[in-house]
Structures are given as structure tokens and as C-alpha cells.
Design a protein around this ligand. Structure first.
Ligand SMILES: Nc1nc2c(ncn2[C@@H]2O[C@H](COP(=O)(O)OP(=O)(O)OP(=O)(O)O)[C@@H](O)[C@H]2O)c(=O)[nH]1
Length: 644
């Protein structure tokens, strides 16, 4: 296997800043044009990894020059003081620091200086590497290829909401590298889900559905009756959903407290989907809890936990329509603890609104890379604006509207709007977004400025004549429905439905199903049939790619249903693998990703340290994208290039 013994290793080679865009474009373009893989699955997967300092160097030549001299100076000049507080031997007065390298240098920095004298009160970057190596048993830095292995029976990650770095019961994703291949293989065999499924009391089929050889996808043909139903739905312009308009799955992203839920609550109200009574109830509840400013947000954040903490925890789903679009809205949490939930939300989306807090200091807090002025990571203090944008792009979102909120806090300043745009645009380009797929607009959630019509506030109306939020949504294109591929519906939620039955919900990523269709749930291999299909609380007979549905199943042991599993066509089930080769882009990480390092692999709604049910990116993009996280941070994003 490429990547060495037992897998579980991630390899990286040099990566230049602009390569991210090329990397995404390469793949997207090549699949668009050829409908085939950019690199043969047999070809060892290439990994791209970027070095944060290289990225900075390429992003701006003057900054790079300044950075190089600053770094060199820092390394060559002894620090002015020793840890004891006494001067270093031979210490000389530091030269005048170069021009500001990092636009959001902490306020404590010396005027004009990006450099903080290192106080030796926190581990140095070298210390961090060493600590990490000790954690992973003397692991080595990586080079050149990528692969990740899942080894434990699939279970819903029982870790923190973060889902990061807690060990799965039977081991870790990536510790195979240090152990003999045979031992790992044996262990894998003994853990096959076959035994898991056979042990179930449901009387369902053995795990063969999960482990039988993969039938080529091109052999698949949509069943005649389903095809007819899809064609009828096309003609009628609907699939049982309430609207004939093109359907968008829109996710709302952004740093914690950027104003996502407030904006969406107010938007739903202004579009007539939330009545005065609901608003009144929400306002009352919020003021009674001493959180009056969250009244609009509480229209979406309904859970007691969310209201108590004042943050969104899980993705809230609602539906609304604009004049030209039917929209399934996914309000994602912004808090860093809930990034895994954000990933599950973004994985279902075709387009996104990225909310950026325009208030003084708000943008800077959300956009902070946590890298410190010299580009070395200084902890987990980074803002989620960057991480959300990077994850969104790597999860396949190409259309993005950047909404600069809270401008009421700075007199609706156009200068502030333009300043934020000027900083964000190069970053988003570098993240892989095409400039032509980006929209920029201001909005103020609580007062409803620029949500469904032009601004009424003179200070904003004087300079903004561009699109409102509703206009921006109308400009998004609906994704193509992939009905000619076998059924795939990743399970996002398992819940007791209004009719009493246990239901699963999620977005159909490919194929179609109707009431009575046979299905199999991967990874457990449980087989059954579709009992009911519900879309937007209405019973429907059929659901196809692009529909978000609630499904109840007959003949399936309910205990086998977990979020992250995939509902599949029984003859073309998603492959269940213990190892995937991935091509990854390493994000701004504090220390290199090391062989043996534990990571949590996120693939669509699944997060695993164990078995992975995965698709090749070339077969189905939405299920072939992955993110690797550890310690509450996203380390790398990528695509599955091979299922060895
Ligand atoms: N002044 C002002 N305050 C706003 C605006 N939008 C939101 N807020 C306030 O910001 C706070 C956070 O708003 P939320 O809507 O909960 O933010 P969020 O992004 O949904 O937060 P999470 O989902 O927890 O990440 C609330 O007190 C809102 O009233 C705005 O445009 N202007």
C-alpha cells in the first residue's frame, strides 16, 4: 500500500499558496470535463501540503520580504532578556522592527512591530513538535503520500461535541504505521462489521451487503419506475416538495456570534414565514432569560442548551422561498466546539452565506489565524471565519455570499465594509473560491437592513445599491440532481417522527427511492424497505437526489441506525473500507502532521476513528470529500482518491 506499513500515515509534500485554488480547480474542472478522475485511482495519491510561512511568502512579496527579515532578525539577534529577566550575553538593542507584517497584530505589540519578544512562558514551536512526537510514540514528520485508515467498528463518535482526538474504544485511526502489517490486517479482520451485523437481533441480512465486491457504478441504471417518477416530477417541476422553484441547500457559516441565527430569524420573519405571535413568544422568552438581544436568534435556536449558552449547537434546518428559489436553510453553529456539526451541515449544502462580523474588533477576532505575528501557531485561539471558509470549499461549496454584518455598530461605514472585503478577498481566492462565484453585501439582522429589500437606513442606503440577502440567494444556482447514480442518503439525524416511528433524515445525494424500495444501511449491512417518505412534513411517494427527506424504514433494527451511516441501493451499496487513500491539503497547523498521529476523519455526516464507508471522489463528490481534525482543529481537507 502506498504510504507504508499498515497505513494510517499521512504524507505531505511541499505546497505553494496558490496551489489550493489549482488543486480544487484541477479536480473540479477535470471531473466536469471528463467525468473521470484527475489521477488514476491506481496512481499513488499525491498529497499537497502547504507550509504556512511559504503561503505568506507567496501571498505578498513585500510582506514576505518583511517577514523574512523579521524572522531572520529574530533568529540571529539574541532575545533582549533571558527567561530570568537578565540580559542575554552579548545582547544588543533590537533594531527598528520592519513594517507591520500581520494586519491583526495583538494590541500589546510594540507600535508598528509584528514581533513579540518570546517570553519563554509557553512552549516554543520546537517544543510543540517534540511533545507531539512523544504523544505519538516517536513519530516522524511526513513526506510525500497520503492515506488514512479506519480500524474500529463504526460507532457514533462518543467523544465530545468536538468529536476530536478521543480514542475510539479499539484503537486509533493512524497507529498502524508503527505495527507489522499482518498484525494490523488480522486485527482488522477480527473487527469486520460482518460479526457486528450478524450479532444483531434483527434477523436482517448478514454484512454481505456491506462487504460484497463493489459493482461498477456504470452498471447501474435507475429503475424504470423510478425514472418515470423522476421524469414526471421534472415535468411538474417538483418532487412532492411544495415548490416548483429550483431548490437550493444553503448553509449559513461564520464565527461564533457573527449574527447568523439573528439574520436568519429576521429573514424568515420578513419573508412571512414566522408570524408575529412566534416573534412575540421568542422576544418574551429571551427577555425573561436576560438575553433580549437573542430574540431573533431564538426563532432558530430552540434547544434549551442553545438558549442557556447563547450559541447554536446543532444545525437548525428550515425552509423558505424567495421569488425565484425554494431554499432549505441550514443554520450552522459558529462556536469552535461544534465545528463537526458545521461540517455535517455544510456537506449537504450547494451554496453558503458566510457571515462576517463587521463591528470594531469583531472581524479581527473571527478572522484571526491563531498563528501569532510570526506565523507560528500559538494555541487554539483562531477564529472560525477562516476554518469555515476552508471547510466549505473543501466540502464542495463553490458559491459563496459574504455578508458583512453589524455595520450598525460603526455608523454603517463603507470604509469598514471595503476594508474587510480587501482582506477577505485574497484569502478566499487562495482558499479556492473563484472571484466570479463570490458576492459581497452588508446586512444588519436585528433591524432587517438589506435583507429582503434595499436598505432604509440613510447611512447605509447612501452607499449601498447592491443586492439584498434575498437577491443574493436568487443569484445562486441550484445543483444538478445526480439521479443516474445509485441511491446514497447519508443519515444526518435519527429521531422519533411525528407519526411515532423512528425516522432518519438527510439529503439524498444521489439516486432515487420510493415507498417500498429495498435499501441497505451501511456500515451495519441491515437491509429493509422504505416505509414512508416525508418532505417538509408532507408525505411523498418518491425522493430523488437533491431532496431532503425524513424516512421511516421497515425491517431494519432501529438500533442500527446512526448518524453518519448511509442509506444505499442494496446492489450498489457504498463501499465499506478499512483504509482510504486521500489527497489532502494541510491547513495552518501548529505542528506538522506526524505519522501515527490520531485524527478524526470527517466524511459527510460521518466522523470516524474506525471503519469508513466512503466513495471515491470520482464516483460521487459529496461522499468522496474528507476533513481530518484533531484537538479541536481542522488539520487537513481533501478527497478520497483510492479505496485500496
Ligand atoms: N448590533 C448588532 N448586533 C447583532 C447583529 N446581528 C446579530 N447581533 C447580535 O449578536 C449576538 C449574536 O447573534 P447570533 O445570531 O446568536 O450569532 P450567531 O452567529 O448565530 O452565533 P452562533 O450560532 O452561536 O455562532 C446577539 O446578541 C445578536 O443580537 C447586527 O447586525 N448588529
Amino acid at each position: 500500500m502506498p504510504g507504508g506499513k499498515g497505513g494510517g500515515a499521512l504524507y505531505a509534500e511541499d505546497y505553494e499558496a496558490d496551489e489550493y485554488e489549482d488543486y480544487m480547480d484541477d479536480y473540479d474542472d477535470q471531473y466536469d470535463e471528463n467525468d473521470g478522475p484527475a489521477a488514476s485511482p491506481q496512481t499513488p495519491a499525491k498529497t499537497v501540503a502547504k507550509h504556512p510561512h511559504k503561503q505568506k511568502a507567496k501571498a505578498s512579496a513585500p510582506a514576505a520580504a518583511a517577514g523574512a527579515s523579521a524572522l531572520a532578525q529574530c533568529l540571529c539577534d539574541p532575545p533582549p532578556l533571558r527567561p530570568s529577566g537578565r540580559p542575554q550575553r552579548g545582547a544588543k538593542k533590537p533594531a527598528q522592527p520592519p513594517a507591520k507584517l500581520y494586519p491583526h497584530a495583538p494590541p500589546s505589540a510594540a507600535p508598528g512591530s509584528p514581533i513579540q519578544p518570546f517570553a519563554f512562558d509557553i512552549p516554543s514551536p520546537d517544543d510543540k513538535v517534540q511533545q507531539q512526537q512523544q504523544r505519538t510514540g516517536g513519530a516522524k514528520p511526513l513526506s510525500n503520500h497520503s492515506s488514512a485508515v479506519g480500524r474500529t467498528p463504526t460507532q457514533k463518535n462518543a467523544s465530545s461535541a468536538d468529536g476530536a482526538s478521543t480514542s475510539a474504544p479499539n484503537g486509533t485511526v493512524a497507529d498502524g504505521a508503527a505495527r507489522p502489517v499482518d498484525a494490523v490486517t488480522e486485527e482488522l479482520d477480527s473487527m469486520r462489521l460482518g460479526s457486528h451485523a450478524e450479532a444483531s437481533t434483527s434477523g436482517g441480512p448478514p454484512a454481505s451487503a456491506a462487504t460484497r465486491p463493489r459493482r461498477p457504478l456504470h452498471d447501474y441504471k435507475l429503475e424504470a419506475d423510478l425514472l418515470r417518477m423522476c421524469q414526471e416530477a421534472d415535468r411538474a417541476g417538483q418532487t412532492g416538495s411544495t415548490s416548483p422553484k429550483p431548490h437550493l441547500h444553503l448553509v449559513i457559516l461564520g464565527h461564533v456570534d457573527a449574527g447568523k441565527s439573528t439574520l436568519m430569524g429576521r429573514l424568515l420573519h420578513d419573508l412571512g414565514l414566522v408570524d408575529q405571535k412566534q416573534v412575540h413568544r421568542s422576544k418574551q422568552a429571551a427577555s425573561q432569560a436576560g438575553k433580549a438581544s437573542f430574540a431573533w436568534a431564538w426563532l432558530l435556536d430552540e434547544r434549551p442548551e442553545e438558549r442557556a449558552r447563547g450559541v447554536t449547537v446543532d444545525v437548525a434546518v428550515s425552509r423558505f422561498e424567495t421569488p425565484q428559489r425554494a431554499v432549505t436553510l441550514l443554520d450552522a453553529p459558529g462556536h469552535r466546539d461544534f465545528v463537526p456539526n458545521m461540517i455535517a451541515g455544510a456537506a449537504q449544502a450547494d451554496c453558503a452565506l458566510l457571515l462576517v462580523d463587521g463591528s470594531p474588533g469583531g472581524f479581527e477576532a473571527g478572522f484571526d489565524s491563531g498563528q501569532g505575528s510570526l506565523g507560528f501557531g500559538m494555541g487554539n485561539s483562531s477564529g472560525q471565519t477562516r476554518e469555515h471558509a476552508q471547510l466549505a470549499r473543501s466540502l464542495g461549496i463553490e458559491q459563496l455570499a459574504v455578508v458583512i454584518s453589524k455595520l450598525d455598530t460603526c455608523n454603517y461605514s463603507q470604509t469598514r465594509f471595503e476594508e474587510i472585503k480587501a482582506i477577505m478577498l485574497p484569502f478566499l481566492r487562495q482558499t479556492g473560491f473563484r472571484e466570479s462565484s463570490l458576492q459581497w453585501l452588508p446586512a444588519v439582522g436585528p433591524s432587517g437592513e438589506n435583507l429582503v429589500g434595499p436598505p432604509t437606513e440613510p447611512a447605509l442606503a447612501s452607499w449601498w445599491q447592491g443586492p439584498s440577502i434575498a437577491d443574493a440567494i436568487n443569484r445562486f444556482h441550484a445543483a444538478e440532481r445526480e439521479i443516474h447514480k445509485p441511491l446514497r442518503m447519508p443519515i444526518v439525524e435519527v429521531f422519533k417522527g411525528s407519526r411515532g416511528a423512528l425516522c432518519i433524515s438527510g439529503k439524498v445525494e444521489s439516486g432515487a427511492m420510493k415507498v417500498g424500495s429495498p435499501v441497505v444501511v451501511i456500515p451495519t449491512g441491515e437491509a429493509g424497505t422504505i416505509k414512508t417518505l416525508e418532505e417538509d412534513k408532507q408525505l411523498v411517494q418518491m425522493a430523488r437526489a437533491g431532496d431532503r427527506v425524513d424516512v421511516s424504514l421497515a425491517g431494519i433494527d432501529a438500533s442500527m441506525l446512526t448518524a453518519g451511516a448511509v442509506l444505499c441501493h442494496p446492489d450498489w451499496a457504498v463501499p465499506l473500507v478499512t483504509m482510504v487513500e486521500v489527497r489532502v491539503l494541510v491547513l495552518d497547523v501548529e505542528v506538522p502532521i506526524l505519522r501515527g498521529q490520531q485524527v478524526v476523519l470527517h466524511a459527510h455526516a460521518a466522523r470516524e476513528q474506525g471503519h469508513v464507508s466512503a466513495e471515491l471522489y470520482s464516483d460521487l463528490r459529496s461522499l468522496g470529500r474528507i476533513a481530518l481534525r484533531d484537538g479541536g482543529r481542522t488539520l487537513a481537507v481533501g478527497i478520497i482518491t483510492n479505496l485500496p
